[in-house]
Write a protein that binds this ligand. Sequence first.
Ligand code: FE
Ligand code: FE
Ligand code: ZN
Length: 281
Amino acid sequence: MLTIGTHMSIAGGIAKTAKNVVEMEANTMQIFSRNPRGSNYKNYSQEEIDTFQNIRQSHQFGALLAHAPYTMNLASANEKTYEFACMVIREDIVRMDALGIENMVFHPGSHTGIGAEAGISNIIRGLDQALTEEQNITVLLETMSGKGTEIGVTFEELKAIRDGVRRPEKLGVCLDTCHIFAAGYDIVHDLDGVLEEFDRVLGLELLRAIHLNDSMMPFGSRKDRHAPIGEGEIGLEPLLRVLMHPALRGLPVYLETPFDDAGHKKEIAMIREELWKKEQN
Ligand code: FE
Ligand code: FE
Ligand code: ZN
């Protein structure tokens, strides 16, 4: 069965968010690990956590995904920015792990002029002070579009990060379809080739999650603008092929498309129906 959900707001608390997932007829969700544009977070009462866990179990949610805030830049050469990023990833691994969330994804970061190599060594140090033997959660590096000075635009950069850390077994990858398309990986005409490349460089077993997004910007544009599924430059058919690909089957899928909950409910229903039609042929 397809594990599919969307990025959800946790403004009403985590139990309410899980209820909204059920209402949406989804079976997983992505949430921010804390305020995406700031630094604060809420602590949940035990009662709220219990309700959240009950909903999640009784509705058989698949793996959940936490997303680190955008303000976290582990590649930064600015001391304050870097210290903040180190603190956030260290704390949020513990906080999300305590909720039993399976995976936490982050944008590797932007080197802002110091070069990819120096940025990558900052990321490695930042991860080394955060990854622990005790954690159950897997930390996922997200494939990026390459806007500005972003790191993670090639599979090789993600590989260099993973190879550099002391606990590589705690790291996996989240593949964002909009980002890799914008980065110049042609999932429209050569999905097999892209996945072979991923397997050669990183190994497909490291893939833990898919961000399923269409792209408002053209192939190779290195611009990051998500479009609703089927309404962008990738298109519905290539995105359905991603979902049906034997190498990707079973991976949890998270939409990050520009809709509210009601819009996402329709989008998920549409995807399920289109997949069902394909499977009849
Ligand atoms: Fe992301
Ligand atoms: Fe994403
Ligand atoms: Zn994006």
